[in-house]
Design a protein around this ligand. Structure first.
Ligand code: UT7
Length: 309
């Protein structure tokens, strides 16, 4: 079996910025409420899941210098696919000229971590290079007049390219995937409907599963929270991130947070926050990165990676 390492990273955001003030102008809400209760100041809206995914994937290809024809697997995490069928991954595969298999993964906001672990599993049994994308346009699936949900979600995508490492265990140190289908009523979108969420209950459970999953992955990797150079959490609410960091013993200085600028971009959230942290020069070769996601299902997951070659 082979290990993996990350050799490319890309991000894509729509151009249109929607500020809290824009919501306050037409809904019973205020900039102060949204900022204090969620940490979000603005979000981006526009595009489609495939167009944002293609843009993020192209950026990751350029970043890696790898020819798309040399990629033999595309895994796209999304819960807002362009169509119910075929998989949005097929649209992206054609647009980028990637060869090999292409499929979607739906684990809601946890999707990117699920997709990365799925790709690593397929690479362990033979695929050489994979593109893993998280892309969502949940702004199109929230009721624009529902202040409980409309202010939370933005659109965006992030992508990584993974390469096989033959001469060692690779850089994926440990992982955890989990789900509890008995809580699927807490956050869902019916066919043709808008996103429905019991925000308080999702919040309460999110902090707990975040901490449990992060601790399990660190334990499996033989690491402690002190070994983590950068925590990349799902960007749903700054109070969830703060509470989880407190309980884990990882300071906010070691945590990637960009939800103030992009809101909750669902499957796009973790790779977008990772891309921002890398652009800010916050990751160095050999650093341990811990990514933790949670979302509808409920699902939750984490993965610990060593950054660099
Ligand atoms: O990525 C998927 C996972 N999703 C999440 O992680 C979301 C987790 N949940 C949350 O982030 C928070 O629960 C919310 C941000 C959704 C809500 O914050 P909260 O502090 O839990 O507020 P709440 O639901 O307890 O609501 C408090 C009040 C309610 O009014 P009443 O019933 O007390 O009169 C809401 O109607 O705040 C009201 N409210 C708002 N007020 C102004 C809800 N949304 C808004 C709003 N502006 N946008």
């Amino acid at each position: 079996m082979s290990g993996i390492r990350v050799v490319g990273l890309g991000a894509a955001l729509p151009e249109k910025i929607v500020t809290n003030a824009a919501f306050a102008a037409r809904l019973d809400t205020t900039d102060a409420w949204i900022a204090e209760r969620t940490g979000i100041l603005e979000r981006r809206m526009g595009g489609t899941t495939s167009s944002l995914a293609t843009q993020a994937g192209a950026a990751a290809l350029a970043n890696s210098g790898i020819d798309p024809a040399d990629i033999d697997l595309l895994v796209l995490a999304t819960s807002s696919p362009d169509q119910l069928m075929p998989a949005t991954a097929c649209t992206v595969q054609q647009a980028l000229g990637i060869s090999g298999g292409a499929f979607d993964v739906n684990a809601a906001c946890t999707g990117f971590v699920y997709a990365m672990v799925s790709a690593a599993g397929i690479m362990a049994i033979g695929a050489r290079r994979a593109m893993v994308i998280g892309s969502d346009v949940l702004s199109t699936m929230t009721d624009p007049n529902d202040r409980n949900t409309a202010v939370l979600f933005g659109d965006g995508a992030g992508a990584v390219i993974l390469e096989t490492v033959d001469d060692g265990p690779g850089n994926l140190l440990a992982w955890d995937l989990a789900a509890d289908g008995s809580t699927r009523h807490l956050l869902y979108i019916d066919h043709g409907g808008y996103l429905q969420m019991d925000g308080k209950e999702v919040f309460r459970r999110a902090v707990r599963v975040f901490v449990d999953s992060a601790q399990k992955t660190l334990r499996d990797a033989g690491l402690t929270p002190d070994d983590v150079a950068l925590l990349v959490p799902h960007q749903a609410n700054s109070r969830i991130i703060g509470a989880a960091c407190d309980r884990l013993g990882i300071s906010l200085e070691r945590t990637a947070v960009n939800l103030d600028r992009v809101g909750n971009t669902s499957a796009g959230s973790i790779p977008l926050a990772l891309a921002d942290a890398v652009a800010e020069g916050r990751l160095h070769d050999g650093d341990v990165v811990l990514m933790v996601g949670f979302g509808a299902g409920m699902t939750w997951a984490s993965v610990a990676l060593k950054w660099g070659p």
